[in-house]
Design a protein around this ligand. Structure first.
Ligand SMILES: NC(=O)c1ccc[n+]([C@@H]2O[C@H](COP(=O)([O-])OP(=O)(O)OC[C@H]3O[C@@H](n4cnc5c(N)ncnc54)[C@H](OP(=O)(O)O)[C@@H]3O)[C@@H](O)[C@H]2O)c1
Length: 286
């Protein structure tokens, strides 16, 4: 029997996950997009494609009724306010799951959904002076967007029941094919950036996120897990290496100007590794 899995928000990460599951051949995959033009592309990697905005509550409720694993990998496209995309999605999902549970209790039928996997960001840790943080520390989000993400995490974790796990993956900066670190930093070459550049960087390759998501599904993980690589070099060192590798003008730093960043912490990945994740890219691919 095929395991029914759903990827709500099948973008950069979701597409890689769908391909991974498709190659295994044991999954019935549903993928969602808000963009009708993407349907034919997604049909190549999913058994069913649904055009869905999480603001459409009825469509969301139908979606969650019909799957055993739900991956929520929705990201702001800046056409919606940040809180609508993240907190709105989390609240609507929580309500849809409450309805699902109530209907199952009335009808006596079993609930198919066993696992919710949600992608958040290490940005919720805030400014920790570059020190180590693990999942056990209280979040300290700085900006409005990070506060919204932290709230959304709480809403998702509260959807867990004795028969349904809820797992939050706090991701570092995502890179991979077509989102290479060099491409992300190319415009920085030859510029002077504010700050001293000594804050740690936390990145994660797309394929390792896919592995973490599959691990969360197969091992029914619950709670919060950081998903970052082992390469916590400073921003300064990372930019030096990229510029050297590609023969670009080096970046200089102006410590007299305050650096702008959403968080400053060295994020531990010990918990997800202890849960069984083996990183394919522990060292960053530049
Ligand atoms: N980028 C980073 O470095 C980073 C760092 C930490 C965490 N994250 C998180 O990692 C996750 C995956 O990121 P990604 O790069 O794969 O994102 P992405 O490529 O932008 O894909 C996001 C998906 O969400 C869908 N979406 C957007 N608004 C929606 C809504 N209101 N209702 C339903 N679907 C909606 C998009 O629909 P369309 O198909 O129509 O575009 C797309 O399929 C996200 O949760 C993101 O916040 C990202």
């Amino acid at each position: 029997m095929m395991e029914r899995v759903t990827i709500l928000g099948c973008g950069y990460v979701g597409t890689a996950l769908a391909k991974y599951w498709q190659q295994r051949g044991t999954f019935h995959i549903t993928a969602t997009t808000t963009t009708p033009d993407r349907v034919s592309d997604l049909e190549a990697i999913a058994d069913r494609v649904v055009v869905l905005d999480t603001q459409n509550f009825d469509a969301l409720r139908d979606l969650v009724a019909d799957t055993s694993t739900l991956v929520v990998s929705v990201a702001s496209k800046r056409v919606q306010p940040y809180d609508v995309t993240y907190l709105g999605t989390a609240h609507n999902l929580a309500q849809a799951l409450t309805d699902l549970d109530r209907n199952a209790a009335i009808s006596g039928s079993p609930i198919a959904l066993k696992q919710v996997i949600y992608t958040s960001s290490c940005g919720v840790y805030g400014d920790r002076g570059g020190e180590w943080v693990s999942e056990s520390v209280e979040v300290n989000p700085e900006g409005e967007n990070q506060k919204i993400l932290a709230q959304a995490e709480g809403v998702i974790l509260d959807t867990a029941t004795p028969t349904r796990k809820a797992c939050v993956l706090r991701l570092g900066g995502i890179y991979g094919p077509d989102r290479e670190i060099a491409r992300i930093y190319q415009s920085a070459a030859g510029t002077t950036r504010p700050g001293d550049g000594l804050h740690p960087t936390n990145w994660i390759h797309r394929d390792d996120i896919v592995s973490a998501m599959n691990l969360a599904r197969s091992n029914r993980l619950s709670g919060i897990f950081n998903v970052v690589d082992d390469d916590w070099m400073s921003n300064r060192e990372l930019l030096d290496r990229v510029c050297e590798l590609y023969h670009w003008e080096p970046v200089t730093w102006d410590a007299s100007r305050p650096g702008r960043r959403s968080y400053n912490a060295k994020v531990s990945n010990q918990k997800i590794k202890a849960a069984g994740l083996s990183l394919r890219y522990p060292k960053r691919k530049l």
